[in-house]
Structures are given as C-alpha cells and as structure tokens.
Ligand binder design. Structure first.
Ligand code: NAD
Length: 328
C-alpha cells in the first residue's frame, strides 16, 4: 500500500534532498509525497527539478500556519516529515517574529491537525542547537534543553511541543536533533556555501570572532539516511541525535575551504565582530541512533566537501540569484 507523506519545507535545502531521495532510485518505493512549502526567500522550486515530473509528487505552495490548508492536507496523509522553518541564526538575531510564527505556531498548527486526523507518524526535524553550548563531551538525548539564540529557542519550543503532543495525546511523534548540515543546494547565506561562493567570486570570507567556535559537520546524505531510519524504525515519543562525526573549528573549516578554492588566508579572510551570543561548541552523542537504528554517518568529510565545492563551481546559475536574495 502506498504511504502518503506530507513533507513540509520540501523546497528548502534538507527537505528537498529528502524528497529527491524518497522518490529517487534509492527510495523506499510505495510512497506518494506532497511538499507543503511557502517558498520564502529560502525556498526554491528549482531544488525539486530532478523529481518535478514524478507521478508521486504533488507540490502545494502554502504556509504551515494556515490552519484550514493544513487540516485539508492532513486529512489525506498518513505521515508527516516536518522540515519547514526559519532556519538562519543571524536572521533570528535581527528579528525573531518570523521564527516564533513559523517554527512554533506553524509546528503547533501541524501537530493539532495531525492529531485530529490521527496521522500515523510525525517526524519533527529539530537541531542540536536546542541543547545550548558544550565545552567538552557530547549531549545525550536526555540532557535538558538550554537554547541561546532566538532561532534555537524557537526550535526548542517546537521540539518540546511536539513531544508534548505525544505524551499528552499519544500522537506518534519522533524528534531528530541533528548537527550542522552541508552539501549541495544549501542556501548561500550559511557558512559553507557562503564561503565557497565568496571565494569563487574572489571575495573575502567573514570569519566570526576568533574562529574558535566548533561545529560537527553532517553531510545531507547522512542526515537523510538518519531521518529515514527514524521514520521507518524509530519509536514513538523518542528523540534521536544525528551527527556527522567531523568536529572542526570555524578556522579549520575556513582553511579547508580556502585550499579547495585555491585562495590564501591573508587575502581571503576578513575577521569580523563575533555573532551575538555565539555558541562555542555543539556536540551530539549519537549512540542511541547507532545502537537502535544502525545509524552511521558514511560520508567522509574531505570527499563531501570536495563534492560540495565542485557542485557550487558548476552551478552558478543556481546560486547567483540567491546571493542577491540573501542580502540581509
Ligand atoms: P531552509 O531554510 O533551507 O528551508 C526551509 C524551508 O521551509 C524553505 O523551503 C522555506 O520556504 C520553508 N518555509 C519557511 N517558512 C515556512 C512556512 N511558514 N510554511 C511553509 N514553508 C515554510 O532550511 P534547512 O536548512 O533545509 O533546514 C530544514 C530543517 O532542518 C529546519 O527545521 C531546520 O531548523 C533544521 N535543521 C537544519 C540544520 C542545517 O544545518 N541546515 C541543522 C539542524 C536542523
């Protein structure tokens, strides 16, 4: 029997990769996908070009805060994988209203409709940023949430609201908390595509503070693998950390990107004032996903980064218009 999956935010970076994978040759088969996406500045219909004519894909342009639309859609779907969000920390520091509206209210709108229609599974895509910042060690899923940026606080709110819907009403909700994603089709405001596209244009890259902030890098193939494992084999009411296993300081990352693009540190890097409230380090403990679901990140970082740089080199027509849209 065909499983009808509503994918919110399916025109964004990770959501579109999830949809392309579900409907591609490596997908599970027997799925019909509806993408619900408002096409904000970050949403891009071109991200779905590869599967545009797929008979099992329907695209709906709409807002997850639109209760009537969401209700109609959930009446016709078996499962939800929820990516839609305002996702850029720097924008949340300039103004948090859209973040609260979409990430909190939008998630609640989806959860309420999912409950009314007794949707079978609801995968909520959260983030490691909900845990706060950690100097040493890694967070297990049981650690308390302590978000710092308005973005992270909005994601922590939606993460907890999703879990509450399970604990209070018994809805089958599964939460994933992943680390920093990278790969092709990422909007060029995020650090890796921003730096690559600047360097390809012979511009400097802006490095925050002392460059010592540490992130764990997760390739989108691995993230999609993790989400699918949670959707298909995870347990209701459970949280699963999904990490990439490559920790780098921003300085180390910048050096790798400069090398990949043939640029020099002295002429390529501009130190800029640190991001307000900049979390020093994120690190998720992924043993639960590994032991329960067999999750292992497979993409070697050097290979994934080289492929990503090549993709941006070869796809100027995709990112050049977006760079203009990205201007804060
Ligand atoms: P993205 O910004 O590339 O895409 C977000 C998508 O959501 C866009 O297509 C946008 O049009 C859509 N959207 C925004 N507001 C909407 C609304 N009100 N109604 C309907 N659609 C709306 O984001 P991404 O990087 O693909 O992230 C996807 C999810 O993964 C988000 O929930 C994000 O918080 C989470 N996440 C991302 C990362 C990362 O490194 N990118 C890390 C951890 C968690």
């Amino acid at each position: 029997m065909t499983t009808r999956i509503l994918v919110t935010g399916g025109a964004g970076f990770i959501g579109s990769h999830y949809v392309r994978t579900l409907l591609g040759p490596a997908g599970p088969g027997e799925v019909a996908v509806t993408v619900l996406d408002a096409l904000t500045y970050a949403g891009n219909p071109a991200n779905l070009d590869e599967v545009r004519d797929h008979p099992q894909l329907t695209f709906v342009k709409g807002d997850i805060c639109d209760g009537e639309l969401v209700d109609e859609l959930l009446a016709e779907h078996d499962e939800v994988v929820h990516f839609a969000a305002e996702s850029h920390v720097d924008r949340s520091i300039l103004g948090a209203t859209d973040f609260i509206r979409t990430n909190v209210l939008g998630t609640q709108t989806l959860l309420d409709a999912a409950l009314r229609h007794r949707v079978g599974r609801f995968v909520h895509v959260s983030t490691d940023e909900v845990y706060g910042s950690i100097d040493t060690g890694s967070w297990p899923e049981t650690d308390p949430l302590s978000p710092n940026s308005p973005y992270a606080a909005s994601k922590a709110s939606s993460d907890l609201i999703a879990l509450a819907q399970h604990r209070t009403h018994g809805l089958d909700v599964r939460v994933t908390r992943c680390s920093n994603n990278y790969g092709h089709h990422q909007f060029p405001e995020k650090v890796i595509p921003l730096f690559i596209t600047n360097l390809l244009d012979c511009k400097k890259v802006p490095l925050y503070g002392d460059g010592g902030n540490v992130r764990d890098w997760l390739h989108i193939d691995d993230h999609v693998q993790g989400i699918e494992l949670v959707r298909t084999n995870g347990r209701a009411g459970e949280v699963y950390n999904i990490g990439g296993g490559t920790e780098l300081t921003n300085k180390e990352l910048t050096a790798l990107l400069l090398e990949a693009c043939g640029a020099e540190w002295d002429t390529g890097v501009e130190y800029v004032a640190d991001r307000k409230g900049h979390d020093r380090r994120y690190s998720v403990d992924c043993r639960k996903a590994r032991d329960e679901l067999g999750y292992e990140p497979r993409k070697d970082f050097a290979t994934g980064l080289a492929e990503t740089v090549s993709w941006y080199r070869e796809n100027r027509a995709w990112w050049e218009p977006l760079k203009k849209r990205a201007a804060l």
